[in-house]
Design a protein around this ligand. Sequence first.
Ligand code: NDP
Length: 476
Amino acid sequence: MKKTMTTSGGNPIGDNQNSLSAGARGPLLMQDYQLLEKLAHQNRERIPERVVHAKASGAFGTLTITHDISKYTKAKVLQKGTETPMLIRISTVAGERGAADAERDVRGFAIKFYTTEGNWDLVGNNTPIFFIKDPLKFPDFIHTQKRHPRTNMRSNTAAWDFWSLSPESLHQVTTLMSDRGIPKTLRHMNGYASHTYSLINESGERFWVKFHFKTAQGIETMTNAEAEAVIAKDRESNQRDLYESIENGNFPKWNMQIQIMTEEDAKNASFNPFDLTKVWPHADYPIIEVGSFELNKNPQNYFQEIEQSAFSPSNVVPGISWSPDKMLQARVFSYADAHRYRLGTHYEMLPVNRPLSEVNTYHADGPMNFSEPASSDAYYEPNSFDGPVEDKSFVEPPFSVDGDGYRYNHLEDSDDHYSQPRALFHLMNEDQKNQLFGNIAAAMNGVPREIIDRQLSLFEKVDSTYSAGVSKALGL
Ligand code: NDP
């Protein structure tokens, strides 16, 4: 037998088709609460769209650790043989919620691991690097990717103006404009935590770490022309592919790898290991295999499980921590804060965000606390009433800092903005280089000549054939 429909107060509903009116053709009566509730609820069916990473697909899966890395970390989630349930949300950055999937853009690669020690979130991208390295520039950078205030259209001029004035962006710009700038599907691209994090072992030793997730499906990409043909017919191409693959039992998989740097190595590295515009070269910091994850379950309700999902690098577990990476430091604050605004004070109580382990905080008040009421005199800390207490065994080992408090010029700290883009450029075959030149020329449509010239001079510093290739593609 079907269940009886109710109001949200649980009262049975007798008629959900006909409004209550004074006479068959007469006006409505104010007491028709079901009508009022339906209309009022409809007005509240959207929450603020994410400022960045608004359009996304998501799925649940399992992380399995197959290698022993206990000499680097005590984190239970990373011990050999451990299986951990997880959620992933893969997004474009600039487009709004209704944007087409097959656009040239960086993809967000956000993962929540529901570990036995609380949630561990990695909020990365499909690129190992980023456009900037000082978070003070982040809101300005995002303004250049969003709509122009007057035209309400995206602006190539704003994008290239900012990039040409920010030489640290060259590495990521080269990646974005390369063939990998439009992944064929979300299954055919890598994921990177991008930031440097730290691992801490049982002896309290700290190691700096990079996390990589390499697609087991292989890299596949689309040209601009192929993507345009896809978008003309299907704006949800990535969502459709991921959803249908999982529905059909074709579970995508990524191999998890790390790179390790000791604290001593970091002091002697030829580049700043906490600079988000740099990778750690594999030859110096070899890849270490860790395990893999598989995506095997689609969300049952997109809004509840993906739109309301909230990832934040503030969520770390014992044995995994942050680093001095300035961008990471800012994101530890800014991601959690975005969710407080978007979802509310108690966003981590929502089912999709709730850790599997017990949560014991004193943050009880504020809108929409929907945990079970607990009767206790311990509503502050310290207290004499057996409330939860700190455990000093979880205090992290110290990390050293030096220098005076100052606004250091971040471009001077590591002023080699060219050798890593050069290494990437030299990895490309002729076809990939031609795609790069053509993609840049297309993306520069309408940009004033002085901005183009400034950007060409940056490409020139990477490799003269890079600037020459772009100039030719521009018909200069
Ligand atoms: P390696 O040759 O050891 O590694 C190159 C890496 O680049 C591989 O991980 C490969 O990943 C990836 N790659 C290959 N072709 C392309 C391409 N056309 N576009 C983007 N990535 C590509 O060299 P290094 O470690 O010294 O790095 C050289 C350059 O490679 C870097 O400057 C950086 O631009 C890029 N890179 C480096 C990474 C790192 O962590 N060291 C990670 C990703 C890119 P895949 O297996 O997916 O092909």
